[in-house]
Design a protein around this ligand. Structure first.
Ligand code: ATP
Length: 511
């Protein structure tokens, strides 16, 4: 399904609404509707269970959004959490300079892909893309342009060289997508943290930040957690919570928001063991994604060329969103950067006594960090499909179905009396509904023809529809319809729960 229709579907079926829509919305801020909140909670629950519940040596916390302002000085966010900003003087539109340069490289690559498509159709099965890329002069030249641009970009970003970014925009003759003009301002650093003011302290002293990541709440509590749970290294602390970033360019729906939610885990390890644990968490996190049925072709690792101020090594798990492969999750080897910084600025020791080595040290950290909203978008994009199915008369019709893993589905079972105005049927259906709702998130629906009700459940991803018909009254059985196979099975009322549980249980994802 194309991206525009996906966004429309999310609104129409109560997954996501633009924030403050009646006032024309607030840019890059979104509200989750009745089915959205269920899906989001299920994503969070899957993450929490697999990280915290399944690991004896990982515990959770829930730190406050506000933190002492020195936290952000120590973490490097006050000085280095910037994006390079450039304005187009004609359109008055704001851009991230690095994204404009990346866009330039992507355009060159798009030309290459076009040539590859042409060659493919000309040579058919005999076509060898690798060989073509390595031998075609035009493509070799283009690849060199891409590598040069991206290499220079990485260097300028690492060095914070705004002048060179501006020089690149000029040299590559990059135009504003809106106005088509090359009338750019200088490139300058823009800090992404939102700030606010404490009520009782005036001026700089009382300046507070809305946290731009949840990780720091974990670092400053490192010893509190370690001592209160008596964990031994290696161990992890996990947290799910809101984060805020004043993104310069916030497009692409819930991919880039100004208020979003992160699921982060910091794994504290012995210095020297970082390569091994980095590898472990890369593999473990990729498995987590694949368990949901996401195909390996849609996921890939992407090593960072341009490392963040805290990172020794960093890799993204990228997902193929409708607008291309983009970061879904980051895995970072942070060394002892954060704990050492906090130790220095707070003057408090943040060390661990390792009984096996009989020494104190500041642990190293491997971080896994995933955006809950991006995961939500990935799940919708990956599972929302239109497909041809036979209608009641056997003719072809199209249905829109959200083929979410059943453990993530917002509603697990819909209970549907065949007819609305037959009291025997509605009574039997409400009795079944009242029992099932003790175990699952269920929905009772008696409005409209049964086919339309099935379609409504397909659109929100309900794995099972239970239909109560006249046979139910005779022999205590119902039909249970499977969202994906469309098969209808007759089962006894008392067996509904176990049939549903077999597929919707989160256990299926955790083993
Ligand atoms: P990007 O390069 O896309 O801006 P990032 O590298 O700054 O992302 P991290 O700081 O590593 O992101 O944050 C960890 C995760 O938080 C990301 O992988 C992403 O899933 C999520 N995330 C970051 N920024 C946003 C945002 N503005 N909106 C939604 N999710 C976000």
């Amino acid at each position: 399904m194309d991206f525009k229709n996906l966004i429309a579907h999310c609104k129409e079926y109560g997954f996501i609404f633009q924030s403050s829509e009646i006032y024309d919305g607030l840019s890059a801020v979104y509200d989750y509707g009745p089915y959205g909140v269920e899906l989001k909670n299920n994503i969070k629950s899957y993450w929490w269970k697999s990280m915290v519940q399944m690991h004896e040596n990982i515990v959770g916390i829930d730190a406050a959004i506000f933190m002492h302002p020195k936290t952000w000085k120590a973490s490097g966010h006050v000085d280095a959490f910037n994006d390079p900003l450039v304005d187009n003087k004609d359109s008055k539109k704001r851009y991230r300079a690095d994204q404009l340069i990346e866009g330039y490289a992507e355009k060159i690559e798009a030309k290459t892909l076009k040539d590859i498509e042409k060659a493919k159709s000309r040579f058919g099965d005999a076509f060898d893309e690798k060989q073509f890329r390595e031998t075609n002069d035009r493509i070799i030249e283009r690849q060199k342009q891409i590598d040069d641009a991206l290499g220079r970009l990485a260097q300028a970003m690492t060095a914070g060289d705004m002048d060179d970014l501006k020089a690149m925009i000029d040299e590559y003759e990059i135009v504003c997508p809106e106005s088509g003009s090359r009338n750019w301002t200088e490139v300058r650093q823009f800090n992404l943290m939102f700030n606010t003011q404490l009520g009782n302290i005036a001026g700089e002293e009382g300046k507070l930040y809305l946290r731009p990541e949840t990780a720091q709440g974990i670092f400053v509590n490192f010893l509190n957690v370690q001592k209160s749970t008596r964990q031994k290294i290696p161990f992890g602390i996990a947290q799910i919570g809101k984060a805020f970033r004043n993104e310069i360019v916030a497009r692409q729906f819930i991919f880039r928001m100004r208020e979003f939610e992160q699921m982060e885990m910091q794994f504290f390890i012995r210095p020297g063991s970082q390569d091994e644990w980095y590898q472990y968490w890369k593999e473990t996190r990729l498995k987590w994604h694949k368990a949901l049925g996401t195909s390996g072709d849609k996921l890939r690792f992407h090593d960072h060329a341009n490392l963040a101020h805290y990172a020794k090594a960093a890799v993204d798990i990228e997902f193929e969103f409708p607008f291309g492969f983009k970061e879904l999750e980051g895995i970072h080897s942070r060394g002892d950067f954060d704990l050492s910084q906090h130790q220095e600025l707070s003057g408090k020791k943040l060390q661990y006594f390792d009984p096996e080595l009989n020494e104190n040290y500041v642990p190293f950290v491997i971080e896994t960090s995933i955006g809950c909203d991006r995961m939500f978008l990935a799940m919708i994009a990956n599972n929302l499909v239109e497909e041809k199915v036979p209608d009641a008369d056997g003719a072809d019709s199209v249905r829109t179905v959200l083929k979410l893993h059943p453990a993530l589905a917002p509603v697990k079972v819909a209970v549907l009396p065949l007819l609305k105005n037959k009291e025997e049927l509605t009574k039997a259906a409400t009795d079944i509904y009242d029992k099932l709702k003790l175990s699952f998130n269920c929905q009772y629906d008696e409005k409209d023809a049964i086919g339309r009700r099935y379609r409504r459940q397909d659109a929100i991803g309900t794995p099972y529809c239970v239909t109560i018909d006249f046979e139910t009254l005779e022999n205590g059985t119902v039909t249970i319809r499977d969202r994906d196979t469309l098969e209808q099975q007759r089962v006894k009322i008392e067996d509904i729960k176990s049939v549903v549980e077999g597929r919707v249980s989160m256990e299926n994802l955790l083993v």
